[in-house]
Design a protein around this ligand. Structure first.
Ligand code: NAG
Ligand code: NAG
Ligand code: NAG
Ligand code: NAG
Ligand code: NAG
Ligand code: NAG
Length: 465
């Protein structure tokens, strides 16, 4: 049999294509089933966090072969960290977006300085956005584009795109932080740009990127459906103001897994009109923890449902698992599960705060509030820096209901841990420490003033602090 056997020829072609792909540093190992959309979210024990196989086979079916790299360097990008590469990126994007099978390529080992830019779809094909190098923001707030005061890198109206490549998105945030009114009270309070945004998109997958030193938030997902984020790193100092790691707003069917987030505000925050958000294998700290909210600011409606966090470590954070709402809001937070979480030196490991007030002037109590119900905490253990390891500070007029605790073991490093309740109804079962009998006060007439219990005898208020 000769080398011209069709099978052998096919093999050579495959090897050649593989070599091409490797040589161009394009990562095709992403989950190809993604093109079929995210499976519907199950309600119980859903396992759609399937392990990512490095050897996804059917590369060749359609998309693997014939990918057309569109390299920003070919459009005049300099990549020295000094030159303004904005125009080159815009031109390369237009080209890549117009092709059927393109890879928008930002090569490795270079630093591209880019102004606030919207990379808009819809694109012709399912784009691969290969960020292998570093994209850096201009560092002077005073020169920032006044037309985009709150945005830097934006991907919008994309369907089925993949953003990957192991590169870095660096917001050069230090001058923005210094100009924040949270750092220096003489500064005016104004918002700063979000480093990276995915807006009005669907079936986008983001894998293996570092987002660091954001001007304000690091990575926002807004008005989007079916976005999968994995292996993303967020890195900013603990004193950087309002630098949320991953922020989700008005989005549905979002998964965040295997992410390591250290920053100056919430590691993950989930706000209004978001549902079916799954987080798995999250490492958070420093930061303000994993938050639902804030919701209900300025008497607004806030609705968040279907949140699952499974397997997380929180280290040295100011909060652990937090739901925060302002007095006077409306709407609801419903169907939330936090499980398999390890806390290490966390100030408020478990907290519902319906008196949230992140404002320069004090907030008044009001009769309206965002209703919180069906929140389960399961298998949560570790250490609390404060005595109130669990705090359920719920609205007097709209109490929390169906708060469920199971298998909780939170200790105070030095001293006695306790549970605080105000108008929180629910129950606990299995091992729960500190004791949470105050949850069982499901008589709403008794709903005024806080009550506390510790891990000694039922009803005994801890005075040793
Ligand atoms: C990027 O921003 C700088 C500073 O404001 C400005 O001089 C430059 O013209 C902008 N580049 C583009 C392509 O708009
Ligand atoms: C706060 O900002 C003012 C005005 O820019 C400045 O004079 C002052 O030195 C700053 N204070 C600190 C502590 O940085
Ligand atoms: C929250 O979402 C709801 C429904 O999606 C919407 O009606 C409301 O205006 C949103 N609230 C805010 C503050 O945007
Ligand atoms: C409880 O959570 C820890 C992680 O904090 C995990 O290692 C352990 O397997 C979980 N236990 C059960 C019974 O799921
Ligand atoms: C913990 O308590 C011990 C004994 O009271 C004390 O010596 C130690 O300084 C305390 N540590 C902290 C971190 O408060
Ligand atoms: C609001 O209500 C809570 C719970 O009853 C109470 O602890 C708090 O002191 C009140 N705040 C104000 C400003 O009245």
């Amino acid at each position: 049999m000769g080398v011209d056997s069709p099978l052998i020829t096919l093999l050579f072609v495959l090897i050649a294509m593989l070599a091409y792909v490797r040589g161009h540093g394009i990562d095709f190992d992403a989950d190809l089933s993604f093109s079929n959309g995210i499976q519907p979210w199950g309600t119980e024990e859903d396992e759609e966090f399937e392990p990512l196989s490095a050897s996804e086979f059917p590369l060749w079916k359609s998309s693997g072969a014939g990918k057309m790299p569109v390299n920003v360097d070919s459009f005049g990008a300099v990549g020295d960290g000094i030159a303004d590469d904005t125009q080159a990126f815009v031109s390369a994007w237009e080209k890549a977006c117009s092709l059927n099978n393109a890879v928008f390529l930002i090569p490795e080992q270079r630093i591209y300085k880019v102004n606030a830019t919207k990379f808009r779809g819809p694109c012709q094909g399912k784009l691969i956005i290969q960020i292998a190098g570093t994209i850096v923001a201009p560092e002077e707030p005073i020169n920032w584009d006044p037309k985009n005061p709150r945005l830097w890198i934006v991907f919008s109206n994309l369907e089925g795109a993949r953003i990957q490549g192991g590169g870095v998105i660096d917001g050069s945030g230090s001058k923005w932080w210094a100009s924040s009114c949270k750092i220096n009270k003489t500064n005016p309070c104004r918002g700063a740009p979000t480093a990276m945004t995915i807006d009005s998109s669907s079936k986008v997958r983001v894998k293996g990127l570092t987002i660091q030193s954001a001007q304000q938030m690091h990575f926002t997902i807004s008005r989007s459906v079916a976005i999968r984020i994995s292996g993303v790193r967020v890195d900013s100092p603990p004193d950087s103001p309002n630098t949320d790691g991953i922020h989700i707003s008005e989005s549905t069917d979002i998964s965040i897994q295997n992410c390591r987030i250290g920053t100056g505000d919430d590691c993950i925050s989930i706000v209004n009109a978001s549902s079916n958000i799954k987080m798995k294998n999250i490492d958070c700290g420093p930061g303000h923890g994993i938050s639902i909210g804030s919701l209900g600011k300025d008497n607004s409606v806030g609705i968040v449902t279907g949140i699952v966090l499974d397997t997380a470590t929180l280290t040295g954070t100011t909060n652990g698992l937090r739901i925060k709402t302002w007095q006077g809001g409306s709407g609801y937070v419903r169907s939330v599960r936090f499980e398999n979480v390890k806390m290490d030196d966390v100030e408020n490991p478990i907290i519902i705060d319906q008196f949230y007030c992140d404002s320069t002037k004090a907030c008044k109590n009001k009769t309206e509030a965002v209703k919180i119900s069906q929140v389960m905490y399961r298998n949560i253990s570790g250490t609390s820096r404060t005595s109130k390891a669990m705090k359920f500070a719920c609205s007097d007029t709209v109490p929390c209901s169906n708060i469920v605790l199971n298998n909780i073991n939170l200790e105070r490093e030095n001293g006695t841990a306790e549970t605080y309740c105000n108008c929180a109804m629910g129950f606990d079962y299995g091992f729960v420490r500190p004791a949470a009998d105050c949850l069982r006060n499901d008589d709403s007439s008794s709903c005024s003033g806080g009550s506390v219990n510790n891990n000694r005898k039922h009803g005994q208020v801890n005075t040793e602090l």
